[in-house]
Design a protein around this ligand. Structure first.
Ligand code: ATP
Ligand code: MG
Length: 146
């Protein structure tokens, strides 16, 4: 049923679960598995892996790129440990929700899998802001996972 599955990934435990669930679905449906990540700069914090590091000065474009690479490497390792291969890792810049939706359109995804919350999970809302924006704007099925 599903042919192209897109995982939105921010390095959080929820996003790790999104990989696990998407990997199972990809195997069952013989679907290709894509992953999208946009490094988030919350100056002067920068998210590196699943923790937030304090920087003295605003991060440089190179540091942002490195943070993105670090997170996508973690995702690739998780997928590998699960015995699945990511067809493509899409690294974005700018607004992360828009990049998830754009990428879903470009690859003609029929399912987006993402965490219900992410790295900002201390907030009061039931859904994170990216979860809300993507489930609202997606032109295909979305699965939010715990
Ligand atoms: P908020 O960011 O609104 O404070 P949050 O971090 O708890 O709240 P979201 O950012 O909506 O919640 O994260 C929900 C899910 O969206 C994550 O588990 C992940 O699957 C995906 N996601 C979050 N940020 C990104 C990102 N920068 N790039 C790709 N996917 C992301
Ligand atoms: Mg977030």
């Amino acid at each position: 049923m599903f042919k192209t599955i897109l995982i939105a990934y921010d390095g959080s435990d929820h996003a790790e679960n999104a990989i696990k669930i998407a990997a199972g679905l990809a195997r069952t449906h013989n679907a290709s598995l894509h992953l999208v990540h946009t490094p988030q700069v919350d100056t002067p914090h920068i998210v590196i892996g699943s923790y937030v590091s304090l920087l003295e000065t605003p991060p440089t474009p190179q540091q942002i790129e490195e943070a993105g690479k670090h997170i996508s490497d973690k995702a690739t390792a998780t997928a590998k440990a699960l015995g699945v291969e990511l067809t493509q890792v899409h690294l974005g810049s700018g607004a992360p929700a828009a990049f998830v939706l754009d990428t879903a359109g470009k690859i003609d995804a029929d399912l987006i899998v993402l965490g219900r919350r992410g790295l900002g999970a201390l907030g009061a809302m039931a859904l994170g802001s990216l979860s809300q924006a993507v489930t609202h704007g997606a032109k295909c099925a979305c699965m939010t996972v715990l």
